[in-house]
Design a binder for this molecule. Structure first.
Ligand SMILES: C[S@@+](CC[C@H](N)C(=O)[O-])C[C@H]1O[C@@H](n2cnc3c(N)ncnc32)[C@H](O)[C@@H]1O
Length: 194
């Protein structure tokens, strides 16, 4: 992640905005329970809010970047053994098949050049009937501009591409909806019950 974006992700205004405004919108009314995995947790701002809001969940918060893992570990330490913070590459998760009830992916997919295997991994680690819930920026002109200016490695995802990728996996009740005038998209899928 570009330095500027990393700093922005850790800033108090972004943390307040994501936890109070973005999280309820991103969860799409889904109530979390059981074992939850967050991919690309960044500074842990969303993870902290999720843990506060759903006191019965056990959360595994992961990120590829060791610096973000450090920041998230510090932020989430107050939740004790309800949370594990671990370095993980979204494209090659070390968790066995069917380990989680819900996988969360908040504005991280476009950071992964090889995003299709990452989506397949998210579905693989879901239990039968488990849910994938997330959102991301779309391949819009403003998002392209921002990422080029920051000289950041990225691959913006088209809504139809993501829908096609989900359609090829072991899921049902899946969908990708454009939001915020086409600047963002929310997605969800449920792994087929066994
Ligand atoms: C924009 S931040 C989002 C952070 C957090 N989800 C939020 O909503 O505040 C994207 C995160 O994805 C992480 N990331 C990028 N590539 C990754 C990969 N291959 N596997 C796991 N995380 C990755 C980055 O390190 C970064 O922390």
């Amino acid at each position: 992640m570009a330095r500027l974006e990393r700093l922005f992700c850790q800033s108090p205004p972004w943390r307040a905005f994501t936890s109070r405004v973005v999280l309820p919108w991103a969860l799409q009314g889904v109530a979390l329970s059981g074992d939850v995995l967050e991919i690309g947790c960044g500074s842990g701002a969303m993870a902290a809010r999720v843990l506060e809001q759903f006191p019965d969940i056990r959360l595994t918060a992961t990120d590829f970047d060791p610096k973000m893992i450090e920041v998230a570990s510090e932020r989430l330490t107050r939740f004790g053994d309800r949370v594990r913070v671990e370095q993980a590459d979204a494209t090659a998760l070390r968790y066995p098949d069917g380990s989680f009830d819900t996988v969360l992916s908040f504005i991280m997919l476009h950071h992964v050049m090889d995003w299709q295997p990452a989506v397949a991994e998210m579905v693989r680690v879901l239990r039968p009937g488990g849910r994938l819930v997330g959102y991301d920026v779309t391949a819009s002109a403003p998002a392209r501009f921002l990422h080029v200016v920051q000289r950041e490695t990225h691959r913006l995802v088209e809504r139809t591409e993501l829908e096609g990728a989900l359609g090829g996996l072991d899921v049902e009740e899946f969908g990708v909806r454009r939001a915020l005038g086409g600047l963002a998209m929310r997605f969800r899928a449920r792994r087929h019950a066994a």
